[in-house]
Design a protein around this ligand. Structure first.
Ligand SMILES: Nc1ncnc2c1ncn2[C@@H]1O[C@H](COP(=O)(O)OP(=O)(O)OP(=O)(O)O)[C@@H](O)[C@H]1O
Length: 630
């Protein structure tokens, strides 16, 4: 344990005064700061401070809630790396969804029978599926709404389904959506004919909230377990999530630290609160702090960011650069092309040279939407010059699943041998699965290491003698998990014991590994391909949140990409700001007169304009961004 006054930030990080005050604070706080200000870093430092000084008293824990699976995973890894096993065990990093799901899965049986889902419920992710369930399985009719099936709209139904806490459901029987919502809840909770019990994540959140409302002892246990709560990217908290947070922790002695940036609020369409900072500050009496440095981007890029942030919020203050940069460092340019093929060829040539000095993973290609369409030509042209790129979406979620990490780490050690971090992670997990204290029982630990070494030697011979790819590879992947014991693994990670998460993860993972193996024909390349070590990532702005790259390309700064700019210019401007602020050194925006895009559900070659988004271009001109006609 370290005395409070002796604690220092780890990894040579120097915190600005406000960050330092937040790290050591004992009250609820809200940190509002721009991209790259070190908000996630601040949370990691605060975790070290609270655990190393035992202010978060053993056995109490810190609960860190993020939005995306990979953000939660990154934060967990950062804290683990700094503090090592024992202390880091008391740092639980989850997404909002996983927090809610854990409450439901553990305390499902405390729900009244009408609200109690089956243990094996399906997860529903998209609006279409929800609509199909409503239309296909609600059998009751309502005298006031004879044609309800023709009248309901998917987006309104989705909003209505979790608009109110469950105890208020049924109070809107006289309005169409109120009635359909109530019926849909019944059908989804209990299942109907061929429909299995099915829930969306917002429904899970409402059920978790109901559990806490009904059972004060569960609520007290939760509050006792977590003495400190971290909330990352708080600007994107939805109304449903906030209600759960309030029921769980408002009025408790748990100390909350929220960090966020209102200029990066881009989840309004998914129900993010418009005023989460004000509401939280007032409800939780949180003291507000601002950070003024940007630790990510070069000075030239910060000039552009400052122009944009002022346009988004007139009261935004100008952030400052750190002294690691020279005054003129950074490139921000607009590149215009006659057509998308020429654009793709130019970018491929440019990247071919760039990759002599940086790695593929230091580059990112960002699009507003339809990544497989906007980036199709670029992927092809890059391939022609021997550069791999890939659409990151499917991999980001898979790679953050512990199930996938365990198998991939084992494959990696089998093929590449040297990776002390992976080795340690696996040995630690085996010892924990088997209830062995890896600090105390050294003899048992050696036994584990020896046994695991034998296992990977045998695995290697199996992997190197495959004749029937489609049968043997899935079998090898299953053998790996069986070695650790699937039952023990599921007990250790209870999320895999309920619903279809394990089944879906396994299927997607097997398919991706098979694809990689078929493409490369060799394990080393297939594993590296799956890990993405040698591919340039391609993603939408939403997926790029919280990430950072040396060099960023934004493809298609065009009217069609920002098709709803007229009605939601504010949110599109924020999205543009997120894309711009991912870059450390260089960012290039492209415009192509001719572009192939999906329009009216068909792939079409279109003429692009930039009149609707002229205000975005105007801001780039104000920031002296050069346009190059290429
Ligand atoms: N105090 C610091 N000193 C040096 N580097 C830092 C510091 N804080 C953060 N960094 C580095 O700056 C980069 C951005 O930090 P971080 O991701 O925490 O920012 P953020 O505010 O969460 O950004 P965003 O809102 O864009 O997600 C990271 O590479 C991080 O390691």
């Amino acid at each position: 344990m370290i005395k409070e006054e002796l604690w220092k930030p780890t990894d040579g990080i120097v915190l600005e005064e406000a960050a330092y005050q937040v790290v050591r604070n004992q009250e609820n706080t809200l940190v509002i700061a721009g991209p790259g200000a070190g908000k996630s870093e601040l949370l990691a430092q605060r975790a070290s401070y609270l655990l190393e000084t035992n202010i978060c008293k053993d056995p109490q824990k810190i609960l860190a809630i993020s939005f995306k699976v990979d953000a939660a995973d990154n934060l967990k890894k950062r804290v683990e790396k700094r503090m090592g096993g024992e202390l880091a065990k008391r740092f639980e990093s989850r997404t909002f969804d996983s927090f809610a799901k854990t409450i439901l899965d553990r305390f499902r049986l405390t729900l009244p029978s009408g609200w109690r889902p089956d243990a094996e419920y399906n997860l529903v992710f998209n609006d279409r599926e929800l609509m199909d369930i409503a239309i296909g399985y609600i059998k009751n009719e309502h005298p006031n709404f004879p044609n309800w099936r023709y009248e309901i709209k998917a987006d309104r139904l989705v909003r209505s389904l979790t608009k109110d806490p469950l105890h208020l459901l049924g109070e809107r029987e006289d309005d169409l959506y109120g009635w359909v919502t109530k019926e849909l809840w019944k059908v989804m909770i209990k299942g109907a004919s061929s429909l299995q019990c099915s829930l969306t994540f917002p429904m899970i959140s409402r059920l978790a909230e109901y559990i806490l409302n009904l059972n004060s002892f569960i609520k007290s246990a939760l509050r006792l377990t977590y003495s400190h709560i971290f909330l990352d990217e708080f600007q994107d908290t939805t109304y449903v999530q906030y209600d759960l947070l309030k029921v769980a922790f408002l009025g408790s002695s748990s100390v909350l630290t929220a960090v966020g940036d209102d200029k990066q609020r881009i989840m309004g369409w998914a129900g993010a609160m418009a005023n989460s900072f004000q509401v939280y500050s007032s409800d939780f009496k949180a003291q507000n702090f601002q950070l003024t440095f940007n630790h990510r981007s070069a000075p030239r890029l910060l000039e552009v960011q400052n122009v944009l942030s002022e346009a988004i919020n007139h009261n935004a203050f100008h952030v400052r650069c750190t002294d690691k940069w020279a005054k003129d460092d950074g490139v921000c340019e607009v590149w215009t092309f006659n057509d998308y093929v020429q654009e793709a060829k130019y970018i491929a040539r440019f990247l071919n040279v760039k990759l002599e000095s940086i790695k593929p993973r230091d580059i990112c290609i960002i699009v507003k939407q339809q990544e497989s369409v906007y980036a199709k030509q670029i992927i092809e042209e890059l391939k022609k010059v021997g550069i791999n790129s890939r659409i990151e979406k499917d991999y980001q979620d898979l790679l953050s699943e512990e199930y996938v990490q365990l198998i991939v780490n084992t494959l990696y050690l089998t093929i590449f041998k040297s990776s002390p971090a992976r080795w340690q992670e696996i040995i630690k997990l085996i010892s924990e699965l088997n209830g062995i204290d890896y600090n105390e029982d050294l003899k048992a630990m050696w036994g584990i290491e020896e046994e695991f070494q034998t296992f990977i030697s045998q695995l290697k011979s199996k992997m190197n003698s495959i004749s029937d790819i489609h049968n043997e590879i899935p079998q090898i992947l299953d053998d790996i998990i069986d070695y650790f014991s699937l039952i023990k693994f599921k007990n250790y990670y209870p999320k895999y014991s309920v619903g279809n998460l394990l089944k879906n993860t396994r299927e997607k993972f097997h398919q991706k590994i098979l694809e990689s193996y078929i493409e490369h024909g060799e394990w080393d390349k297939a594993i590296q391909d799956f890990l993405g070590d040698y591919s340039i990532p391609i993603m939408t702005i939403h997926k790029s949140k919280g990430l950072e790259y040396e060099c960023v390309f934004f493809i298609g700064l065009e009217d069609d990409a920002f098709w709803s700019f007229r009605s939601q210019s504010d949110s599109d401007m924020r999205a543009f700001f997120v894309a711009l602020s991912r870059a450390k050194s260089e960012v290039y925006f492209t415009f192509s007169e001719i572009r192939e895009i999906m329009k009216y559900r068909k792939l079409q070659t279109t003429h692009q304009s930039r009149s609707i988004i002229s205000s975005l271009y105007g801001l780039l001109v104000t920031a002296n961004v050069e346009t190059k006609n290429l």
